[in-house]
Design a protein around this ligand. Structure first.
Ligand code: SF4
Ligand code: SF4
Ligand code: SF4
Length: 321
C-alpha cells in the first residue's frame, strides 16, 4: 500500500511574497514535495478555500508554514485555524519569526498609516475621505473586510509555534531541510530555530578581524571597502556581532553589511540593544561631543538595528502607536 501523503498548508499574512517565491526557488525539489505531500492551502499559488480547512479534523494537517506577520484580523483568524488543524506549525521567514519589515510600522500609528494611504495620497480624488471599515452597509447588505490592527505582531504573539525558520526569505536549502525532516520524522526539539546555527555571524565570517576602532560610519557607497577586512572595522554597518548565523554569511560575502534577518544570536534578548552595545565598544573617542558626531554618521538607527524584529524587541513599538 502506498505511504499516506503528508498534508501541508502554506499561508501568507502581512508578507511581501518573497517567502512563497523562496519555496518555488527549491526548483525541482518542489515537484518531489508534490509527490510526497498534498498541498491543501497555498493562497499565492492555488485557489484553496478557508472553508475546506475549517471542515478538516483538528490535527489533520501534518505541517503548516506560516509566512508574514500578523497585521489584521484575517491573519490572526488563519493563524488560529492553522494552529488547530496542524500537528506542526512553523513560523517561516523573518516576518512570522520576528515581525519582519512590516513590523517597522509599529513606529507609527494606524491613524497615520490610513492618513498616508487613503487621505493624503496624491492619487486619491481631492476631498475623498473614504477609509476602510471592517463592516459597511451596501444596498441593505453588510460587507466585511479584515480589521486593521493598531500594531504588527509576530506569529508567536497570537498562537503557539512549534518551529522557527529564520531569514528574509529563508534559504531554499533550509526549506528542503525542514520538509525532509518532517518526511523522515527527524525533527529537532520543539521551539528550535531550524536551519540556523548557535553562533553569531561574526563567528562564521571569514573577513580579517583586528582592532575595531571607528571615527565615523559609512553607507556602502560612501567608501571603497577592503574586501578582506571586517566591514564594521571599516565603519560599514554590519549586524554580524548581534545576529544568529546560518545563512552562509551571505551579505558580508557579497560586500554588504548584515542587516540581521536571521534574528538575534542565541542568548541575545534584544537584537538592537546588542548591536548598540557592539558599536558603542568600537567608537574611537571618549569625548561626548565627538561621540555624538560619530553616532550622527549612523543614519536611521532603528531602521538598521530593528529592521527585522521591532515587534520582537523589548520596546515592541513606539510609545502611543
Ligand atoms: S520574511 Fe522577507 S521575504 Fe518573507 S515575507 Fe517577510 S519581507 Fe517577504
Ligand atoms: S562585523 Fe560583519 S564583516 Fe565584521 S566579522 Fe562580523 S559579520 Fe564579518
Ligand atoms: S548576512 Fe545577515 S542580513 Fe544577510 S542573509 Fe545573513 S543574516 Fe540575513
Amino acid at each position: 500500500m502506498a505511504a499516506k501523503k503528508l498534508q501541508i498548508a502554506l499561508y501568507w499574512g502581512a508578507a511581501c511574497g518573497g517567502c512563497d517565491v523562496a519555496v518555488l526557488d527549491t526548483n525541482e525539489f518542489i515537484l518531489t514535495v508534490g509527490e510526497a505531500a498534498d498541498i491543501r492551502l497555498w493562497p499565492i499559488a492555488a485557489d484553496g478555500k478557508y472553508q475546506d480547512i475549517e471542515a478538516m479534523a483538528d490535527g489533520e494537517l501534518d505541517l503548516s508554514l506560516f509566512n508574514g506577520a500578523v497585521r489584521n484580523s484575517e491573519n490572526e483568524h488563519i493563524a488560529k485555524l492553522l494552529r488547530r488543524k496542524s500537528k506542526l506549525l512553523v513560523a517561516f521567514g523573518s516576518c512570522a519569526h520576528l515581525g519582519g519589515i512590516p513590523g517597522l510600522a509599529n513606529l507609527t500609528s494606524k491613524e497615520d498609516i490610513f492618513a498616508t494611504a487613503y487621505l493624503g495620497n496624491a492619487s486619491i480624488e481631492p476631498g475623498n475621505r473614504t477609509v476602510p471599515h471592517p463592516k459597511t452597509q451596501v444596498n441593505g447588505h453588510s460587507l466585511e473586510i479584515p480589521a486593521f490592527y493598531r500594531r504588527v505582531y509576530r506569529l508567536s504573539d497570537v498562537v503557539d509555534v512549534d518551529y522557527f525558520v529564520p531569514g528574509c526569505p529563508p534559504e531554499p536549502s533550509q526549506i528542503k531541510n525542514v520538509l525532509l525532516a518532517v518526511v523522515k520524522g527527524e525533527l529537532p526539539p520543539k521551539k528550535s530555530v531550524v536551519g540556523a546555527s548557535e553562533r553569531t555571524l561574526c563567528d562564521d565570517c571569514a573577513r580579517r578581524k583586528t582592532e575595531k576602532k571607528v571615527k565615523r560610519f559609512y553607507r556602502p557607497w560612501e567608501i571603497i571597502q577592503d574586501p578582506e577586512r571586517c566591514l564594521l572595522e571599516q565603519g560599514i554597518v554590519c549586524m554580524g556581532p548581534a545576529t544568529r548565523s546560518g545563512c552562509g554569511v551571505r551579505c558580508p560575502n557579497s560586500n554588504q553589511g548584515c542587516r540581521g534577518c536571521y534574528g538575534p544570536a542565541p542568548g541575545v534578548v534584544d537584537h538592537g540593544a546588542k548591536f548598540l552595545s557592539a558599536i558603542s565598544s568600537i567608537i574611537d573617542s571618549k569625548d561626548p561631543k565627538e561621540i555624538d558626531a560619530i553616532l550622527g554618521t549612523l543614519p536611521d538607527f532603528i531602521g538598521i538595528a530593528y529592521r527585522f524584529g521591532l515587534p520582537a524587541s523589548i520596546l515592541q513599538r513606539r510609545h502611543g502607536a
